[in-house]
Design a protein around this ligand. Structure first.
Ligand SMILES: *Cc1c(COP(=O)(O)O)cnc(C)c1O
Length: 410
């Protein structure tokens, strides 16, 4: 180690050549990690297959209600679209008896039909590994921190309302699988009114997060009613939606929806892309319609074994999201939900991914890595350690490349 680096001077050895070396490995792999846009010919082929199988039209395909009504729920039907052998079909049926499954025709079209480890398949098609009963049904104790049924409140100034259990696709790693049940149900107006009463009576609540299930699976008129009511409450400053529809059901983002939301600004939307392959022309259009309506978009990725626990995949995903005007907001460490054991990863894997991003890509492409404390202890951020020493006189750091520097600490 050259003394300069420890003398309070920044070692400014950034020769362009060394920067090129830093990015060479990524440049070698980035084109092999295909977005759904780069892989659209294959997706279009699958889409044709599904449209023919369902005897449908292009018009049907673009209608989100058709997509919802025609979600695939039987492995025998799915086997007509992607490769599944008989053993796999019977195993899917066994798992489906325990945990409901449903995949929109659109999301099904993203599965690479004969790739066993396809990350889209892994997220959407039941796997026998779900029979492993490690974990808990409600590790976050949402039940324990819920008030007025639909509300979960865990922080001083904000809360979530779960307005429906409907989703375009039931993610196999879902943290709320306990609520998915047998049937699609939206909450009653009565329950919503009680949730609104609670918010009205709590002047410290300035941020209301509407989620589910999938918040955008309420019909437009109900969302509009809810927003109208929330906007009457003076202390509610911002309203956020949690929705995976841009990823699993992009047809849901219509001109009408965007125009309606726009009337209630400031509105924020957080969506949930997990892999670059989910970025298709359709999902891009959905995000752009929301962004054009002035809605800031964030992404909440879940770190999942066998799906995206890889630094290059996360980097490609986050950089691609920025081109859609979606800002990576959180990476969630997988929760210990029962039936999701095969998705769990070690903390170090997430830390290594965070380490690989800082300095090597835009700060905008770097989300916060979060571990959710069990029993409602809340979101807890994790960051590789850049502070090597902190004393009365000085603090010593390392930079993203591991070069040391120090600054006075007073
Ligand atoms: C995640 C969550 C929020 C929102 O947290 P932010 O860090 O503000 O995005 C609010 N309430 C509950 C109960 C949550 O789980």
């Amino acid at each position: 180690m050259n003394n300069n680096k420890l003398n309070g001077k920044i070692d400014n050895g950034y020769r362009f050549e060394s920067l090129k070396e830093e990015i060479a490995d990524y440049l070698n792999v980035k084109d092999n990690i295909k977005t759904g846009i780069a892989d659209y010919d294959r997706i279009k082929f699958q889409k044709r297959k599904i449209i023919n199988y369902l005897n449908a039209s292009e018009h049907d395909w673009n209608d989100y209600e058709w997509q919802l009504k025609n979600r695939f729920v039987d492995p025998h039907d799915i086997a007509k679209i992607i490769c599944l052998d008989n053993e796999e079909i019977s195993k899917i049926s066994i798992v489906a008896n325990k945990y409901r499954f449903a995949v929109s025709p659109y999301y099904l079209s993203l599965i690479s039909p004969d790739e066993a480890g396809c990350p889209v398949k892994r997220q959407s098609i039941p796997s026998f590994e779900e029979m492993d009963d490690s974990g808990e049904l409600d590790p976050m104790d949402e039940k324990g921190s819920s008030v007025e049924g639909l509300i979960t409140r865990r922080y001083p100034d904000r809360l979530i309302i779960k307005v429906t259990n409907i989703c375009g696709m039931f993610c196999r790693f879902c943290q709320r699988r306990r609520l998915i049940g047998e049937f699609d149900t939206s909450c009653s107006v009565e329950k919503l009114k009680r949730a609104l009463d609670y918010i009205r009576s709590a002047p410290e609540i300035r941020d209301v997060l509407i989620t589910g299930g999938d918040a955008f699976l309420l019909p437009d008129f109900q969302i509009e009613w809810l927003l109208t009511e929330l906007r009457k409450i003076k202390h509610v400053e911002i309203v956020r939606f949690g929705t995976r529809t841009p990823v699993t059901l992009p047809q849901r983002i219509t001109k009408d929806l965007a125009a309606m939301l726009k009337k209630f600004h400031p509105i924020y939307v957080n969506t949930h892309f997990n892999v670059p392959r989910e970025i298709t022309p359709e999902s891009k259009k959905a995000c752009e319609m929301l962004a054009d309506a002035g809605i800031p978009l964030g992404n909440q990725m879940v770190l999942l074994n066998g799906v995206n626990n890889n630094a290059d995949i996360v980097r490609k995903l986050n950089q691609s999201l920025l081109t859609l005007r979606v800002k990576p907001y959180y990476i969630f460490h997988p929760k210990t939900v029962k039936g999701t054991r095969h998705f769990w990863v070690g903390i170090q894997e997430g830390m290594d991914i965070m380490e690989s991003l800082r300095g090597r890509t835009s700060g905008f492409a770097i989300p916060t890595y979060i571990v959710n404390g069990p029993k409602g202890l809340g979101k807890t951020p994790l960051l590789p350690n850049y502070l090597l020493y902190i004393g009365k006189e000085k603090a010593v750091f390392r930079n993203w490349q591991g070069k040391k520097f120090e600054i006075p600490n007073s």
